[in-house]
Design a protein around this ligand. Structure first.
Ligand code: XMP
Length: 496
């Protein structure tokens, strides 16, 4: 019944995830026994098969920390100076999982209206007050919504309303100990303070609640340095060699060569350079969508491959350049070659629900890379804003004119020409809460999907695919409509 992947993908069509549907398999294990651990590259293992895309509206420090916290990894974008990117990596690597990444501080002379705008843009109103409004300066107080709620004059200075009776802990307190202190006391924040009184780290009650939410987050992704794993993107220009040097000094664990068409002499030369000059650093190449391209980059020495061309939610590459491939076909065709050679595939773009993740993994990918799915979370760069009553965050393609104006044109090889041709759009996505909640719930759904398929691990799904035991077929347009929500006048769209 149905087709093996080998026979289905021989038919000459470019299939997207939505075109395809898997047949259920036999279940002889519990959903909690499904093992999602996987390989990012030849040498890096992850507990969760998810990575965040190197885009300037997706991955900076907070996202990198959150992705590692849930067992995945974040790739810091390079639409900035080399120093700025290296500083993001350095700060993320310093971050201890559980503590607030990049805490916002205000100074005593700031007005309550500053707290109001933080509430509107970041979603929180409990803030640490330090002498000069920065981390590292002397802690002088804390402001929470309870301090400012009923103050009519919003130009009142923070010093007049802040609480100075503070619960603090010494710098270096372990997460376990800090959690105990915070849960015992009815405070919302626990600042960690150095011997000289400077504010160094912060534990926040709302984050603790997320960490304790079900399903559990589990162990973070840590490197051999016992610090969180952080990846970063670079291009293939001469100047990217200096960028790479700074990233390596900052402790980056893996680099990804960022290009929409990775099968090029530029990428080949860069891979050779990295392998010679930074032995031991894993390099991910791409993007590729064909078996031929995959073979070429594997031959050049990559440790992982990023797959997808024009399947991203903000991409216009297929329309502008007439090249690309349906993401289902691209993942299957490249994985069939790469997995046999021990090079894991990252299925990049086009993930809009947990079913797409199940499909990507079961077509041979070892991880999925997500942009829009993670944009709009609390950890994505940028501020929230409201439009027609909906809470939104900006999300833009790295090949959009907006992003290229800031410098990301190298990804599209557009830096060689004066005319900028957009291969992406900019827009907005709905607010989604914290990655710390979104991903554990999504992973639980992925586990259920693999259980329905009758495979108890990512590896078992690859084996089942190769053996022809996993059966699938193409859905007609009507079958796709039937598989979605239909015949309701209205419905409530809650994810969890
Ligand atoms: P999703 O669907 O997760 O896709 O939002 C994210 C992926 O899309 C790629 N990307 C682009 N592709 N033009 C493109 O053709 C763009 O402007 C662009 N920006 C990002 C990238 O691979 C990312 O991971």
């Amino acid at each position: 019944d149905g087709f093996s992947a080998g026979s289905l993908f021989k038919q000459g069509f470019s299939y997207t995830y939505d075109d395809l549907i898997f047949h259920p398999g036999y279940i002889n294990f519990a959903v909690d026994d499904v093992d999602l651990s996987t390989s990012l590259t030849r040498n890096i293992k992850l507990r969760t098969p998810c990575v965040s895309s190197p885009m300037d509206t997706v991955t900076e420090e907070s996202m990198a920390v959150a992705m590692a916290a849930v067992g995945g990894i974040g790739f810091v974008h390079y639409n900035n100076t080399a120093q700025e990117q290296a500083d993001i990596v350095k700060k993320a690597k310093k971050q201890r999982v559980g503590f607030v990444a990049n805490p916002v501080c205000v100074s005593p002379s700031d007005t309550i209206s500053v707290i109001d705008s933080l509430k509107a843009s970041k979603g929180f109103s409990s803030v640490v007050v330090t002498e000069d409004g920065k981390v590292g300066s002397r802690l002088v107080g804390i402001v929470t919504s309870r301090d400012v709620d009923f103050v009519r004059d919003r130009s009142t200075q923070v010093r007049e309303v802040m609480s100075t009776d503070l619960l603090i802990a010494p710098a270096g307190t372990t997460l376990e100990e800090a959690t105990k202190i915070l849960t015992r006391n009815k405070k919302s924040l626990l600042p960690l303070v150095s011997e000289s009184g400077s504010f160094v780290e912060l534990l926040c009650r709302t984050d603790l609640k997320a960490y304790h939410a079900l399903p559990p987050i589990g162990a973070p992704s840590l490197g051999s340095d016992d610090k969180i794993l952080v990846g970063a993107a670079i291009g293939t220009r001469e100047s990217d060699k200096d960028r790479l040097k700074l990233l390596v000094e900052a402790g980056v664990n893996v680099v990804i060569l960022d290009s929409s068409q990775g099968d090029s002499m530029y990428q080949r030369q860069m891979i050779e350079y990295i392998k010679k000059s930074h032995a031991g650093l894993d390099v991910i190449g791409g993007n590729v969508v064909t078996a031929y391209q995959a073979k070429n980059l594997i031959e050049a020495g990559v440790d992982g491959l990023r797959v997808g061309m024009g399947s991203g939610s903000i991409c216009t590459t297929q329309e502008v350049c007439a090249v690309g491939r349906g993401q289902g076909t691209a993942v299957y065709k490249t994985a069939a070659v790469a997995n046999a050679l021990g090079v894991p595939i990252i299925a990049d773009g086009g993930i809009s629900n947990s079913g797409h993740i199940v499909k990507a993994l079961s077509l041979g990918a070892s991880t999925v890379m997500m942009g829009s799915f993670l944009a709009g979370t609390d950890e994505a760069p940028g501020d929230f804003y409201f439009q027609d009553g909906v809470k939104l965050k900006r999300y833009r393609g790295m090949g959009s004119l907006e992003a290229m104006t800031k410098g990301s044109d190298a990804r599209y090889l557009g830096d060689k020409t004066r005319l900028k041709i957009a291969q992406g759009v900019s827009g907005s996505v709905a607010a989604k809460g914290s990655v710390l909640q979104l991903l554990p719930y999504t992973m639980q759904a992925v586990k259920q999907g693999l259980q329905d398929l009758g495979v108890s691990s990512v590896k078992a799904s690859h084996d089942g695919l190769n053996a022809g035991a996993i059966r699938l077929e193409v859905r007609t347009g009507a079958a796709q409509r039937e598989g979605g929500i239909h015949d309701l006048v209205s419905y409530e769209k809650r994810r969890f």
